[in-house]
Design a binder for this molecule. Structure first.
Ligand SMILES: [Zn+2]
Length: 194
């Protein structure tokens, strides 16, 4: 994914302004490449900004005040130096919510968006592991139909080959209500999944 850097600074909308109490004081962190990496606290973001390790991409229209200084509340920041996203993403805990978010809240066998469960593509009884590349979202009827069969035997294969999720999936999982000012920076399909 490549996002063109449209403006060095954008200010949050009044809607975002009102929402400030509901986003849990979180700041979206972009890589130097403008790809979302994770979320952090406002305090952490301020430290990164003061150390010049990050720059502001979007500010809220209100300010943070301390005894010594006043600064606009950061909403989205960008790391000055590109960081390689840790390869251990796949070791992040596999939760139903993360699997559903990765799979766009869609059954990977029939496309249904209701009654979702998680399915082991290769059943555990046949040696399938509980890893990102073997677990998909499946509606309950498909899960029952596939039962304990291998994909070929059941004639049921996931629409998308499951892989470890991109970082933005965990951003959605960690932040159920995505602030409006973040949406520009997150992939559109994940937004629909939130
Ligand atoms: Zn289904």
């Amino acid at each position: 994914m490549t996002l063109p850097p449209p403006h060095p600074m954008r200010s949050a909308s009044p809607d975002e302004h009102r929402r400030r109490g509901r986003d849990g004081g979180r700041v979206l962190v972009l890589n130097a490449s403008y790809e979302p990496v994770n979320v952090c606290t406002v305090r952490r973001a301020v430290v990164l900004l003061l150390k010049a390790k990050a720059e502001v991409v979007e500010n809220a229209t209100w300010e943070l005040r301390s005894e010594r200084a006043t600064m606009s509340r950061p909403v989205v920041i960008r790391l000055v130096t590109y960081v390689v996203v840790p390869r251990d993403t796949h070791r992040r805990k596999i939760t139903r919510r993360a699997v559903f978010a990765r799979d766009n809240w869609t059954c990977q066998y029939c496309g249904s968006r209701s009654n979702l469960t998680v399915d082991h593509v290769i059943p555990r009884s046949k040696g399938g592991s509980s890893t990102w590349d073997n677990i998909v979202a499946s509606c309950a009827p498909c899960n029952r139909r596939k039962a304990d069969h291998l994909p070929d035997k059941a004639g049921m294969h996931p629409r998308r080959t499951p892989t470890m999720p991109q970082p933005h999936v965990f951003i959605h999982v960690a932040t159920p209500t995505i602030p409006a000012a973040w949406r520009h920076w997150l992939p559109a399909d994940a937004e629909a999944a939130a």
